[in-house]
Every structure is written in C-alpha cells, then in structure tokens.
Design a protein around this ligand. Structure first.
Ligand SMILES: Cc1ncc(COP(=O)(O)O)c(C=O)c1O
Length: 485
C-alpha cells in the first residue's frame, strides 16, 4: 500500500453506480458481484488507475446495498490488486498488471501445480547430444581467457549463415550474441530508446517487451493486431506512425506472441516500406519465426527485399530448443551492430563459451531440430484445440498456423482476471490477458500455451471448465502470492 498516492480523479458515487449498471448476482454473493462489476469498469478503462473510489457509505446508498457489502467488495478488489487503501485518504484504483514483473511469473515447477503461465517448451531431444558435442570441442578454447565479447566467431558465423540461407545475406560482423532474445530486446531498447521516445508495438504483445521499453523510459504506442486479419495492421501502423511519430517499432511478423498473427509476404513488404518511409527503426523479434505448424513454410524475413532499411532482428534458441539454453542474438547492419556491441560490452563481457559451442552444434543440424520441434508442437496445438472446443465451446480463437499458444476470446462478460483467480483454486496457473497489453486492455482474453505435456493440457482445460463457470476447484487452493516467485 502506498502512502504517498494522490488522487488523479474522484469518482462520484452516483456516476459510478450508473457506470456499473444493474449488478447481476448469478450464483455469487452480492459483494463479489459488485467487485466483479467494479473490476470490469476498471479493466475497460472507464475508471483509470489512481482514481479515488467513492466512500463506502456513499456507494452503498447509491447502489442501495448495505455498507458491509461495499466494504467487502472493496476488500476483494484490494486483495486482487485492483485497488489500494491509503490510510485516511480512501480507496484508490490500481492496476494488478503493474505489480508483478513478467520474469517473476516464471516459477519453479511444483508437483501438483499446472503451470500454463509460460509458453516455454521442454528441451529439444537434440540438446543433450549438442551439450556432449560442445564438451568434446570446447577443450581448444580453454587455453584462452574465455571471454568473447559479441560472441564467438564460430557462433556468429553459424547465425549469419542461417540468415543468409533464409534470404537475408549476413556476415558474422553483423551479429552480436546475447543471453537470449529478451536480453537482446533490452539491449536494443537501452541503446536506441530514450525517455519520452515513442515505440510502436503490436497490441497485444510480449509483456517482456513492454517492460523493456518502459524501463528505458519510452512510451508504448499500441496498434491492434488480429490473427484473423493480420495485414490490417499495416495500414493501422501507418496511420499511427503519422499521428504519433514513433522512433522505434517492436514487431513480431511471424506468429506474434500472444495473438499468433503472421503477416503475409506482401504485408511484411508493405510494413517494411511503411516503417522506412516514417524513418522508424524497426526491431523484429523472431523467436517463434521458425515454428511454422502448417504447410506454408518459411516466409521471407522482414526487410529481406530492402536490406538497406534500418531493421534490427533479434532471435534465440529458447523456443526451438530450450529456454534454459541462454543463447540469443541481434542482427543488423554493421553501423547499428557496432553501437549495440559497444552497449553490450559495457554490461556483459561474454555469453558462456560452453553454451555458445552447444548452439553451434545445434545450428549445424538445425533443420532436423526444427522438423522435430514443429511436429511435436503441431500435435500439442491440436490436442489443446480439441480439448478447448469440447469443454469450453463458447471460447473463441483463431487456430494459429505457428507459435506456441492459443489466444482465446472469453465469452461475453467473463473477465480473464477472474478466470485466472478461479483457476488458481484448482492449482492451475495462468497469465491474465491484461499482461499482454497496455492499460487494462485484454481482460476479455486469455493466452493458453500448448507447451506442457498432453495430460496437463487436458487437466488444465478441465480445471478451466469447472472453475470459469463459477464452480470451485477441489484441489488445495494456491494463494495468489505463490504466483510471484
Ligand atoms: C516474443 C518473445 N521474445 C522474447 C522472449 C524471451 O526469450 P529468451 O528466453 O530467448 O530470452 C520470449 C519468451 O517467451 C518471447 O515470447
């Protein structure tokens, strides 16, 4: 609870009562129904963070309920992180998504807990062999000092060759090796985003990117993306660029996380030309670009037909191989890469030599690694799709042609925050839809990754079917605090 908060706005009890409309209490206590309605008007932006809620007595009169009911509703809001009490000043609206960093949502695996917070697959079957291969070859490096700023020559060469094979001619000096793609994104924001700079993002987008650009002091400019009509993003981005003059853009043209959207070849060409016309430096996150799950194959990388335009691609082996292998990279033209390399060297002397050697082994047989990963993910996607269709028929989603998760639209009136809270009583952990947006957007959405074993996916959907309709889970409840590790 913060003691220094000052109200940005005070909401009148009558006005709030009108906003809430008739309170529907189907199967839930009255105080909870009021808390649910309050959360909904916060989530849809009708009330903004920092606003002071009416005094309990005034709201109870306006709603014609007892004061105790409003006290309980406010307490529930506070417990869920949607409000703070400030001693002597009242109850203020806050945003639960501001409280927990994305990284801290990663929890260690506990028995009996179904963890669908992260879209992070188990290790590729090729990884163990690659570690052994790396151990066998790393001996030659042991006589040196063991630091490789920007990455070992062998790994930068292997990464560059893969870009060249994909249609984006690249030399090793256009690569900086990082500790994963998240690290790469932070490096780019640290180098090119200044306080007050505007950064155009897809909406929804990867929460780590929102955090990264916010920590650089930059301002996110959200542009809606929809997997059902991904190329509509191009004209919307053009319009937003004209209005908001962003200097940077952070985009995922292939299997955007979490929407699953993939731009067509024509769409990405138009988008690249649009960004170039507005002088926007475009950061392209390709962590899921290789995870094509239908027959469409690989599309040309963003910016391939116009290699002179300012584009920075970032990638990693986290999704194609394993998140525990901390190898990622940045690719750009030599001038931008030189700036990135200077920034990176100031904070990180080197990525582990053994992991880089492992990555070289993996990239040598990367086509086989990807065939196995895609086949496994395709099966996982189909299993999750069939469970959701059978047990949650009112949930809608576009079956993604690639990536690692379903982005579900919840039935009308259902709040993702509420679904997450109820699922936790059945030992199922999820990230609420609002994690993937700015403000309170996407409380009507839920991301369901299909990266856990099939039996867990089935159990997770069962828990959702039982708890999201209001029935309590019968497992031991998980305290909300345990979500944060
Ligand atoms: C779009 C996107 N970018 C970056 C990352 C971070 O990846 P890494 O583990 O390589 O840091 C993730 C992880 O989920 C992601 O989904």
């Amino acid at each position: 609870m913060s003691q220094d908060r000052r109200p940005a706005a005070e909401i009148d009890a009558k006005a709030l009562s009108a906003l809430l409309g008739p309170v529907v209490t189907t199967g839930v206590p009255l105080y909870r129904a009021i808390a649910d309605s309050l959360r909904r008007v916060i989530a849809d932006g009708s009330i903004t963070a920092g606003s002071r809620l009416p005094p309990e007595r005034a709201l109870s009169t306006a709603l014609d309920v007892s004061r105790v009911t409003v006290t309980s509703a406010y307490r529930e809001l506070r417990e869920q992180g949607w409000a703070d009490a400030v001693h002597g000043a009242g109850t203020f609206v806050s945003s639960p998504s501001e409280e927990t960093s994305w990284g801290s949502m990663l929890r260690s695996e506990s028995p009996g807990v179904l963890d669908l917070v992260n879209a992070a697959p188990e290790a590729s079957p090729f990884l163990a062999e690659a570690f052994e291969g790396a151990l066998a070859t790393v001996g030659a490096a042991l006589v040196g000092h063991g630091y490789a700023p920007s990455g070992t020559r062998a790994l930068r060469t292997a990464i560059a060759s893969r870009y060249t094979a994909r249609g984006l001619p690249t030399t090793p000096d256009q690569i900086v090796v990082t500790s994963g793609a998240g690290d790469a994104a932070h490096l780019v924001f640290q180098t090119f985003a200044r306080p007050g700079h505007r950064v155009l993002i897809e909406h929804p987008t990867y929460p780590g990117a929102i955090e990264g650009l916010e920590s650089a002091g930059a301002i996110a400019i959200p542009v809606a993306i929809d997997a059902a009509d991904p190329d509509a993003f191009v004209d919307d981005a053009d319009r937003s660029a004209r209005q908001n003059a962003p200097t940077l853009a952070y985009l995922m043209p292939d299997f955007s996380n979490p929407s699953g959207a993939r731009l067509s070849v024509e769409g990405r060409r138009r988008l690249s030309a649009t960004m170039a016309r507005h002088g926007i430096l475009t950061v392209v996150d390709e962590v899921a670009a290789d995870l094509v799950l239908d027959d469409s194959g690989a599309y040309e990388p963003f910016g391939a037909p116009t290699p002179g335009t300012a584009t920075i691609s970032i990638g990693s082996l986290s999704k194609s191989v394993w998140g525990g292998l901390r190898v990622g990279w940045v690719r750009s033209d030599k001038e931008l890469i030189a700036r990135l390399a200077r920034t990176y060297a100031r904070r990180q002397l080197s990525v582990s030599i053994l992991e880089q050697a492992t990555a070289v082994h993996l990239l040598e047989r990367f086509d086989a690694v990807l065939v196995a990963r895609r086949q496994w993910l395709r099966g996982q996607r189909d299993i999750l799709v069939s469970h959701v269709r059978a047990e949650l028929p009112e949930w809608n989603f576009h079956v993604p042609e690639g990536g690692l998760s379903l982005w579900c639209s919840l039935p009308a009136g259902m709040s993702s925050h509420d679904v997450v809270r109820r699922a936790a009583t059945g030992n199922l952990l999820l990230a609420g839809g609002t994690r993937f947006g700015t403000g309170y957007a996407f409380d009507d959405k839920l991301r369901l990754p299909f990266t856990r074993p099939a039996s867990e996916l089935a159990a997770a959907v069962r828990v959702l079917a039982e708890t999201s309709s209001g029935a309590a889970g019968d497992g031991h409840p998980v305290e909300p605090a345990e979500l944060v590790v």
